[in-house]
Design a protein around this ligand. Structure first.
Ligand SMILES: NC(=O)c1ccc[n+]([C@@H]2O[C@H](COP(=O)([O-])OP(=O)(O)OC[C@H]3O[C@@H](n4cnc5c(N)ncnc54)[C@H](OP(=O)(O)O)[C@@H]3O)[C@@H](O)[C@H]2O)c1
Length: 235
């Protein structure tokens, strides 16, 4: 889709990659960017329209979809981390929260906004997923990876189901970025502004999937390695 003249809604747009998407979309010519945040007073990107949204609250999603009738690009960016072994009983609460935020939330957003996107014609959804949808850091990201694997599967299903109405779906997979979420993580980190720029370029080029960095491309290639990467390479 073309960004010039589009109207975007970015979830979790008060910081990290969401703020980067909001900035980059405006710079790329979006006519309007709704910057959704649990607390809209924390949105600092100049020129955007802050709106309240917790992606785990269905009534808020429905109210926003009712209010914003001009959205042509939905960026499902909001997400939560959280780590620990899945065999620890406390992982169940974390798993529920991560699924609600990282997988169910984006699906509810697409359900609510699909009619609006259909009415706009040239329309799209970007789902921010992760390299960890295909790999697990042992004892650390089991529940997060499970939520992002679900988000990946749902993104593929959304693409199939939205095709008939002409709405494109881009799955954006990325490894560590320089944001609050990965503050304590070691190793190289991508710039969120660069990832947003790549995401927008991929969408404009008509791609369905973006592997945003070398680590993500290597994890993806490892799916078909012998033995496959998820059977132990990261251990
Ligand atoms: N950082 C990484 O290394 C990395 C790697 C791969 C994928 N990702 C994905 O990239 C996306 C953006 O993450 P980030 O790195 O920018 O993380 P971040 O700096 O921690 O920002 C997360 C954003 O999501 C929002 N959020 C969390 N729960 C929400 C909810 N229930 N409703 C609405 N907004 C909610 C946060 O809002 P509050 O300010 O209210 O908490 C914040 O705006 C996420 O989907 C994440 O899983 C990140």
């Amino acid at each position: 889709m073309k960004i010039q003249g589009s109207v975007a809604l970015v979830t979790g747009a008060n910081r990290g990659l969401g703020a980067a998407f909001a900035r980059t979309l405006l710079a790329a010519g979006a006519a309007k960017v709704y910057a959704a945040a649990r607390d809209p007073s924390t949105v600092t990107v100049p020129g955007v329209v802050p709106v309240p949204l917790d992606v785990t609250i269905l009534d808020q999603i429905k109210a926003l979809a009712h209010e914003l009738g001009d959205v042509s690009l939905l960026v499902n960016n909001a997400g939560i981390g959280g780590s620990g072994p899945v065999l620890d009983p406390t992982s169940i609460d974390r798993l529920h929260q991560q699924f609600e935020t990282n997988a169910v939330g984006p699906l509810r957003m697409v359900q609510a906004f699909a009619p609006t996107l259909a009415a706009r014609g040239d329309s799209a959804v970007i789902n921010v997923i992760s390299a960890l949808s295909w790999a697990t850091l042992p004892g650390v990201t089991g529940s997060y990876s499970a939520s992002k694997a679900a988000a990946w599967a749902l993104s593929n299903a959304m693409r199939q189901e939205l095709k008939a109405q002409g709405t494109e779906v881009l799955s954006l997979h990325v490894a560590f970025m320089d944001t609050d979420m990965a503050r304590g993580a070691p190793g190289p980190k991508s710039s969120p502004d660069e990832v947003a720029r790549l995401g927008i370029a991929a969408l404009e080029a008509g791609h369905s999937e973006l592997l945003a960095d070398d680590v993500t491309r290597s994890v993806h290639a490892g799916l078909t390695a012998v033995p496959p990467m998820y059977l132990g390479m990261l251990a």
